[in-house]
Design a protein around this ligand. Structure first.
Ligand SMILES: *Cc1c(COP(=O)(O)O)cnc(C)c1O
Length: 394
C-alpha cells in the first residue's frame, strides 16, 4: 500500500473506530504524536480533575478528615477498578508501592509458601528490575536463581522449583508469552507462578483467575495512564489471601492499623500486601485515569490495539525494512503486545530527531526504537504519519 493509499485507509478506519470517542478523554498537546504509552501514559482530563479536587477540597478544606472520608479506602477501591482489566475478582488486587517492591513481596510470599524447594526460574530477558528482585529473593532464601530464555523456562521447571516468574509481554520485543502453558507447567511441578503485567494491564487481556495464577504485579503509569510514579498493583489468588506473608510487614498491612498494637497481625485478605501510607495524590491521578476504561471490554481494546500495530507492521515491512529497519517484534498479531520494536543502527539518534518534531517514541539498547500504540488515544492516521516520517529519515 502506498503512503497516500494508507492515509485514505486510515481515515476510513478512524471513522469506523468504536473507541474513537475515548481520545477526547486525554489531554494530548495539539500537534504531538504520542507513541510512548508503554512507558508513560498521557494525562487525562479526569486525572487533572481528581487531583485538583484532592488538593483544593480534600487536602485544603477537609484536611486530615479526608483519611476517613476517602483516602484510607483508596488502595482497595482502585485495586477493584483494575481487577476487571486483568481477569481478577474483587478483593484480590490492591494498589500500592511500585512494581519492584510489589514483586519483592509477591516472590517472597511465593517462596515462603514452598519451603524446601531450591530454585526460582526467571525469564533472563525480563526487565532488569524483575531479575534483580528475583536474585535478591533467591539470595535471602538460600535459593538458586535459574535465569533462562523464555522458551527454556518450561523445561527448567521441576520438583525443586519453588517459583516461576516472567513478564507476560516482553518489554523490548512485545512478544506475548504463553501464560497458560507456563502457569500450568509451574503448577504441574508443584511450583507457584508470579506474573508481571507491566505491559499487559490496560493493553492486552489476561485472565488471572482463569489461569489460576498465584500472584501478579503491574504498573499504574504505562497503559493505565496513572501518571509519573503512579502506584503499582499486586494480585494474590483467593487461596493465598489469608495465608501469604511477606517481609515488608508495615502498619497498613496490619489487621487493625489504628489499634497501634505492638505485635504484627496481618490483615485478612489482600490488604496484608500494603506496607505504609498510601501515595494519595498519585492514587488520585490513577483513579481518574482508570475512568477511561469505563464500559470498555479488554477484547475491544485488544481488537483496536492489534489493528493499530498490524497496520504499523504492514507499512513498516513495505516502507521501512527496505530503508535499513528490521522488525524486532512478532509478525503474528496473536503473539504481539501493544507496542512494536524496530531495529536500526541509528536508532537512538532517530528517536531523538523524532522528538524534536513532537513525535514521541523511545529507545532501548542495543538498537531498538519502540513505538507504543494505545487503543484509547492513538489513531490509525497517527500510524501512517509515523511511517511517513520514518521513511523520510536518513
Ligand atoms: C516498567 C516495568 C517495571 C517498572 O518497575 P517500577 O518498580 O515500577 O519502576 C518493572 N517490570 C517490568 C517488566 C516493566 O516493564
Amino acid at each position: 500500500m502506498r503512503i497516500d493509499e494508507a492515509r485514505d485507509r486510515a481515515r476510513e478506519l478512524d471513522g469506523a473506530d468504536p473507541l474513537a470517542d475515548r481520545r477526547g478523554l486525554f489531554d494530548i498537546p495539539e500537534g504531538t504524536l504520542y507513541f510512548d504509552g508503554n512507558s508513560l501514559g498521557p494525562l487525562t482530563h479526569r486525572s487533572r480533575e481528581t487531583l485538583t479536587r484532592a488538593l483544593e477540597h480534600e487536602w485544603r478544606v477537609r484536611l486530615i478528615r479526608s483519611w476517613n472520608e476517602d483516602w484510607l479506602a483508596m488502595p482497595a477501591r482502585i485495586g477493584d477498578a483494575i481487577a476487571p482489566l486483568i481477569g481478577a475478582a474483587p478483593g484480590t488486587v490492591i494498589v500500592c508501592d511500585n512494581t519492584s517492591i510489589n514483586l519483592q513481596k509477591a516472590l517472597s510470599a511465593a517462596v515462603t509458601l514452598r519451603p524446601g524447594r531450591r530454585t526460582i526460574v526467571v525469564d533472563v530477558d525480563n526487565f532488569p528490575t524483575d531479575i534483580y528482585i528475583a536474585a535478591s529473593v533467591a539470595e535471602r532464601h538460600g535459593l538458586e536463581l535459574v535465569a533462562v530464555p523464555a522458551d527454556e523456562m518450561v523445561s527448567r521447571i521441576g520438583p525443586d522449583t519453588a517459583v516461576v516468574t516472567a513478564t507476560h509481554v516482553d518489554y523490548r520485543s512485545a512478544r506475548i508469552l504463553d501464560a497458560a502453558t507456563i502457569t500450568a507447567a509451574a503448577h504441574a511441578a508443584g511450583a507457584l507462578m508470579v506474573w508481571d503485567l507491566a505491559h499487559t494491564a490496560g493493553a492486552v487481556p489476561i485472565d488471572l483467575a482463569g489461569l489460576d495464577a498465584d500472584f501478579a504485579v503491574g504498573c499504574g503509569y504505562k497503559y493505565l495512564n496513572g501518571g509519573p510514579g503512579a502506584p503499582a498493583f499486586i494480585y494474590a489468588a483467593p487461596r493465598h489471601l489469608d495465608v501469604a506473608s511477606h517481609p515488608l510487614q508495615g502498619w497498613w498491612g496490619h489487621a487493625e492499623p489504628f489499634a497501634f498494637e505492638v505485635d504484627y497481625r496481618p490483615a485478612p485478605g489482600i490488604a496484608r500486601f500494603l506496607t505504609g501510607t498510601a501515595n494519595v495524590l498519585s492514587m488520585k491521578a490513577l483513579e481518574g485515569a482508570l475512568e477511561a476504561f469505563a464500559g470498555l471490554s479488554m477484547d475491544a481494546v485488544r481488537a483496536k490495539s492489534t489493528a493499530l500495530t498490524g497496520l504499523f507492521v504492514d507499512l513498516a515491512e513495505e516502507h521501512l525494512v527496505p530503508r535499513g529497519f528490521r522488525l524486532a517484534s512478532p509478525r503474528e498479531a496473536a503473539l504481539r503486545g501493544s507496542h512494536v520494536a524496530l531495529g536500526h543502527p541509528g536508532g537512538r539518534a532517530l528517536v531523538d530527531t523524532l522528538a524534536t518534531r513532537d513525535v514521541i517514541a523511545d529507545f532501548r539498547p542495543p538498537d531498538l526504537l519502540r513505538f507504543g500504540f494505545s487503543a484509547l488515544y492513538n489513531r490509525f492516521s497517527d500510524v501512517v504519519a509515523l511511517v511517513d516520517l520514518l521513511a523520510e529519515s536518513p
